[in-house]
Design a protein around this ligand. Sequence first.
Ligand SMILES: N[C@@H](CCC(=O)N[C@@H](CS)C(=O)NCC(=O)O)C(=O)O
Length: 226
Amino acid sequence: MPPLLYKTDASPPARTVMLVADILGLNLDMKEINPVLREQDTPELTMKNPMRTVPLLEEDDFCLADSHAIILYLFDKYAKRQHEHLYPSDKRKRATINQRLFFDCGVLFPRLRSIMAPTYGGKLTEPSKSMLRNVDDAYRMLETYLSNTSYLADDVITLADISVITTISSLNGLHPINEKVYPKLKQWFNNMSQQEYCKRINEPGSKQHVYGLKMLMENNKQKSKL
Ligand SMILES: N[C@@H](CCC(=O)N[C@@H](CS)C(=O)NCC(=O)O)C(=O)O
């Protein structure tokens, strides 16, 4: 049986897993979970993933949460020779990719989440100046990562790019990358967005995510006027 992925298309980390599975030619079973409705909070799913987050991978009696851990596992288990460039065995390249994955997990996505959580919580009517400053600060870091290579960890696409593109697509929808300030990041974003699998898998979900967040902010604004 193929592994089962609990996911929703709007979720950037879920899209990362879907992209990597697609690139590896892996047909995952999928189960739709709406984190806004807290569908991941059932006792059964909480046992499987105490963090109560999407995505979650289940394979027989093995459960794995966090998109970064999941894509490394999928690569380890299912990658073939032609996928080597995604996570090369060269130790320094691998370490750089790992660092970018930790950056996405520990820095970039939390800055997006700081906008998502109060929006879903019914409070945020628009991102605050400090939220946007933090996003710009992350754009600055990415611009620097792109100083010497066309992609985030190498001159070819690696797992680092697949992980970061989903977060950045949602951030860019909320706070567009300024090409004059971050030209390398903008070029990278355009290059990644042109990839066939990004158009097919990432773009629809990120549009849905950004549209949903903007609609909710508008609703929160109307409610705050009552
Ligand atoms: N670092 C995690 C983040 C997962 C995450 O926070 N997912 C969001 C949906 S985009 C979620 O499930 N949020 C529910 C919550 O935080 O309670 C990953 O990469 O999988």
